[in-house]
Ligand binder design. Structure first.
Ligand code: SAM
Length: 190
């Protein structure tokens, strides 16, 4: 038995373990250092595919190197562009899951952050691409400047999603001293 509830990133991965299978197609909207992309690439298996976006060349390179190390690069399309443009690359309703890990690149420039406008544009564009039963998972950080504003706007957007079409969950520790990340998960109902 564990001593505590699992942390946000671990919870986001558990959601993918439940909703994604071998052969699935998924999107990593924020490649960053490549941890989520690698996790997803191993989950979807040899026949699956991952589309992975980032606006920073450094992030794309980091992700590419990590994928190579783990021999996973063949199942991943690395796209050096903003997730708000994902509809230029992906068309059709065949996506099983999308992950967003917001904020800044750990170890990189803390001024380059995801923004409410582009994040919400990307959310609006990816929902129609999700298969019924599929998920969009957003890991939200509020400890940096701009983070709280992004959190509020995303929650406001998500709570208005029609409950007959989408099931929306918020996973949030509410009694901690620091500001731990939280998870917002949107499931397209069958
Ligand atoms: N998922 C990553 C990992 O596992 O290492 C961490 C992602 S990091 C917290 C956030 C990333 O989002 C940064 O690398 C940043 O460059 C990227 N980003 C910011 N705005 C973006 C946008 N509009 N489209 C795609 N990526 C963006």
């Amino acid at each position: 038995i564990r001593n505590d509830f699992i942390q946000a990133v671990e919870f986001s991965h558990d959601l993918f373990r439940v909703h994604v299978k071998k052969g699935s197609t998924v999107i990593d909207a924020t490649a960053g250092n490549g941890h989520d992309t690698c996790f997803l690439a191993s989950l979807v298996g040899e026949k699956g595919q991952v589309y992975s976006f980032d606006i920073q060349k450094k992030a794309i390179e980091k992700t590419k190197a990590l994928l190579k190390e783990q021999n996973l690069e063949e199942r991943v399309y690395l796209i050096h562009d903003g997730h708000e443009n994902l509809d230029n690359y992906i068309k059709g309703q065949f996506i099983d899951g999308v992950i967003f890990n917001l904020g800044y690149l750990p170890g990189g420039d803390k001024k380059i952050i995801t923004t409410p406008d582009t994040t919400i544009t990307a959310l609006k564009k990816c929902l129609p691409l999700i298969k019924p039963g599929g998920i969009v998972v957003i890991v939200i950080y509020t400890g940096h400047e701009g983070g709280k504003d992004e959190e509020e706007k995303i929650i406001k957007y998500a709570e208005k999603l029609n409950y007959t079409e989408y099931n929306v969950l918020r996973y949030h520790f509410i009694n901690q001293r620091k500001t731990p990340p939280q998870v917002l998960a949107i499931k397209k109902r069958l």
